[in-house]
Design a protein around this ligand. Sequence first.
Ligand code: CMX
Length: 133
Amino acid sequence: MKPTYIEHIGIAVNSIEEAKTYFESVLGLECYSVEEVADQKVKTAFFMIGQTKIELLEATSPESPVAKFIEKRGQGIHHLAFAVENTDEALQNAESKGITLIDKQSRKGAEGLTIGFLHPKSTFGVLTEFCSK
Ligand code: CMX
């Protein structure tokens, strides 16, 4: 059940095109993938650093969780994703310990990963994601 590493850090941005320039030109990272996740109403861009990724998130609709987040809190760190062996087991384990789940069952996310979210009100203000391959 224990997470093995930080799979990615999600950052909400107004524009992936604009934010990419900073990550590429200033930090020297390479964007290896841009992908739309229709289910989540987001466009994503990924950069790899060691074992961990940075995931830039741009809303594709005003109803997107990312659009709501930016409207309320501005651009910035949106969520922290932990790599786990089995997302459903990790979700059930968290729920059994009193954590409020956003996803009762896992679903498919970016890069074909199996994902599930915990509610930030239960996790000290940090929207938390579990991911497994
Ligand atoms: N991190 C921390 N707190 C957050 C948050 C975030 N990312 N998003 C919202 N909140 C806070 C809000 O500020 C609010 O706090 P207050 O009541 O103190 O104001 C509280 O959570 C509830 O927010 P809300 O506006 O009532 O609820 P929302 O409709 O915005 O939903 C959430 C919030 C987290 C349940 C919703 O965004 C969600 O289901 N997220 C999971 C899915 C997701 O984020 N997908 C996008 C990324 C997908 C990907 O990585 O591929």
